[in-house]
Design a binder for this molecule. Sequence first.
Ligand SMILES: Nc1ncnc2c1ncn2[C@@H]1O[C@H](COP(=O)(O)OP(=O)(O)OP(=O)(O)O)[C@@H](O)[C@H]1O
Length: 258
Amino acid sequence: MWWQRSEKKLDTIVQQYVTDHPNFTFIQFLGYGSYGRAYLIAEMSSQKRYVLKCLRPKHHRHTKTVQKFMQEIQIMRQLSLPTVPTFQMTGTIQNIPFFIMDYVDGQTFEELIFQKGQKFTVSQSLAITKQLLEQVVLLHEQGVVHRDLRIPNILLVKQQLYIVDFGLATLLKQQHVSAIRNPKKAENHISDLYFIGHFLLFLLYSNYTPVKGKEKPWQEELALPYEVQHFLERLLWIGEPFHHALDALQSIPSPINQ
Ligand SMILES: Nc1ncnc2c1ncn2[C@@H]1O[C@H](COP(=O)(O)OP(=O)(O)OP(=O)(O)O)[C@@H](O)[C@H]1O
């Protein structure tokens, strides 16, 4: 594919761009998602590491995607939260927009669960979800909804959660629940709470041993205490939706010995 060749070319261009700045060094390609390609770079004098994120070449001429990337930059620039990488600067490299943010040196929950095989008890899962909800309350207070709070976008560094990838984030709007068709795309708290519901399910399933036979609904497979199941159903929009993220945070079931 033509764009695969241009992705390799982009790697070389980015490497050259970083090398041209005397105090900076290119470390490695970090990864890519549907929109961006991320690189790890470092400032030599301080040894501090940063992430340079570029729009992927196949999207360069796609006006809507370019606008979305510019919105991600704008949101990163305006956010000020200890658990969101600090925005450093933005620019273009051969007309390709990029931005630089602090590097979060941790592991994603996707890596923890699927590569390291880490298992979370009900109590640990609720404690982690509580920490995530605390961050999301602050995020919403700053007028932003993330809309992609999935396990690859949440990192753990020494028991502290970090949120990355604001590519689908948007400004929080007042939307009546009855007007929402797809909770994933809602431009209010409903979207983040829905994703947090799925995040919590991933944590809980990490400790589940599949049994032979037909797959059953999560309510049956996990056989959770009533208050945990009820809380999850409200996050997932099966039960009565929460009014806002703080409402969900205040309703989180207290730790359970499991
Ligand atoms: N600040 C950061 N610190 C550490 N790793 C990061 C940071 N930002 C992004 N990454 C990693 O870089 C990779 C790609 O970045 P990112 O997920 O933002 O791209 P994307 O195209 O927006 O992804 P998606 O398709 O999930 O929306 C991912 O592996 C992510 O974990």
